[in-house]
Design a protein around this ligand. Structure first.
Ligand SMILES: O=C1C[C@@](O)(C(=O)O)C[C@@H](O)[C@@H]1O
Length: 149
């Protein structure tokens, strides 16, 4: 069965209590359950990892090469700063979808640039935690398409 990695970066462990006016009331556990239920309904497995540290996120992307077929990633603030994470995605060459709960383009200028976006299959911003559902659905399509080639 194809497997997805759901990767959440810094401060996303605080979803539900962190700036609820920006990020809503769903917790990280809710997000992981939602993404897993969506994946399973599409015949995919899902493994979830969250870390506040950049190196651990790089390690998780590298490890995904061994046992995953695609990645849903919300890299949090590292989206806007991390060349290391971008290089990790470039190195493993796995399809990935970038998610942001908030509409980063309606926020501070420094959130408008993503180091990951140019490599992503798709970028979903501002759809709240439903963005994770869309991301899993999109990856399922991308993987199914690749399978029929
Ligand atoms: O931590 C986050 C969360 C975020 O990735 C989002 O999901 O909207 C947006 C980032 O700018 C921010 O640093």
């Amino acid at each position: 069965m194809p497997r997805l990695l759901l990767l959440n970066g810094p401060n996303l462990n605080l979803l539900g209590t962190r700036e609820p006016e920006v990020y809503g009331s769903a917790t990280l556990q809710d997000v992981e359950d939602l993404a897993r239920t969506t994946a399973e309904s599409l015949g995919l497995e899902l493994r979830a990892v969250q870390s506040n540290s950049e190196g651990a996120l790089v390690d998780a992307v590298q490890a995904a090469r061994e046992d995953c077929d695609g990645v849903v990633v919300n890299a949090g603030a590292y989206t806007h700063t991390s060349i290391a994470l971008r290089d990790a995605f470039a190195s493993v060459a796995l399809p990935f979808v970038e998610v942001h709960v908030s509409n980063v383009h309606a926020r501070e200028e420094f959130r408008h640039h993503s180091y990951l976006a140019a490599l992503a299959s798709a970028v979903i911003v501002g759809a709240g935690v439903q963005g994770y559902v869309f991301a899993v659905q999109r990856l399922a399509s991308v993987l199914a398409e690749a399978d029929t080639r």
